[in-house]
Ligand binder design. Structure first.
Ligand SMILES: C[S@@+](CC[C@H](N)C(=O)[O-])C[C@H]1O[C@@H](n2cnc3c(N)ncnc32)[C@H](O)[C@@H]1O
Length: 259
């Protein structure tokens, strides 16, 4: 069977539509940090998947030029349904290692990859991507484990940990972020705080200083550079990098109040 983006997405959506965990599994799945339903939600985000596919095709071409005659190995960390790793395989990567911490999600993705006839080019690790030890080095690292405030998912810890398992000149997807922090003050003025510039990743432990005010709302929005000319802005897709708003009482620990 020849597989293109549309066929892969249709197969994924059909498989999601007919999936149901047994009651006991469902209870146990709900205890995990990100249940299978979250992976399904991201898997159903066709526009996000399409942009990642464009980025992957471009990145894999660049890797082929950088590493001529090498078999291209990809690691998909926080692989969910397996959609991004599968897209890398149809974009001519040779091999993908899928890493997923939720056992129900990993087992679901294994069956999905079988359905696509891609199992012989895949391996699966049910492990925490911030701790796993991998036996080889990779040409491409993908991780779609991001919320826009970078505090609710493991993206940075994953990238920082897995960097030791990628080759020099390997590509990381997504590659960069632009993030805007907006504080809406009591008198309706708006204060723009900081833009984290392109090509610099958010550093854990870094703080944005807010102006003291009684009723402000803080909003974060931005743009992710997936790879090359492929970007996703807040609000464009269903699941990825969307705007977050905080009220004064619900402020994330990346913000501190000015004294
Ligand atoms: C937002 S979903 C995205 C799934 C998929 N990459 C996609 O684009 O549709 C993130 C997935 O990463 C997994 N995950 C999050 N942190 C992880 C970690 N530290 N190690 C392994 N898997 C992780 C979650 O269980 C979840 O299935």
């Amino acid at each position: 069977m020849t597989m293109d983006f549309d066929k892969l997405q249709q197969t994924l959506s059909a498989a999601i539509a007919t999936s149901r965990l047994r009651d006991a599994e469902s209870l146990s799945d709900k205890q995990s940090k990100l249940p299978l339903s979250d992976a399904f939600f991201c898997g159903e985000d066709t526009l996000k998947n399409k942009r990642f596919y464009e980025a992957l095709m471009h990145a894999i071409k660049d890797i082929q030029a950088r590493f001529p005659n090498e078999k291209i190995r990809v690691v998909d960390a926080g692989s969910g349904t397996g959609v991004l790793g599968a897209l890398a395989l149809i974009a001519w990567a040779d091999y993908v290692s899928f890493i997923e911490a939720n056992p129900y999600t990993l087992s679901w993705s294994q069956k999905f990859i079988e359905k696509l006839w891609l199992s012989d080019r895949s391996e699966f690790y049910c492990e925490d991507a911030t701790e796993i030890v991998l036996p080889e080095k990779y040409h491409l690292l993908i991780s779609e484990t991001i919320t826009i405030d970078f505090t609710r998912e493991d993206f940075h810890n994953i990238i920082n940990h897995l960097k030791q398992f990628i080759l020099p000149e390997a590509i990381i997807i997504p590659e960069a972020f632009d993030i805007n922090f907006t504080q809406k003050m009591q008198d309706n003025t708006i204060v723009q705080h900081e833009t984290i510039s392109r090509n610099s990743l958010w550093h854990l432990g870094q703080h944005i200083e807010l102006i003291q005010d009684e009723t402000q709302i803080l909003e974060i929005s931005g743009e992710a550079q997936i790879y090359g000319n492929t970007y996703i802005s807040s609000g464009e897709t269903m699941s990825f990098f969307n705007t977050m708003s905080y009220s004064r009482d619900d402020i994330s620990d990346i913000f501190v109040w000015a004294k």
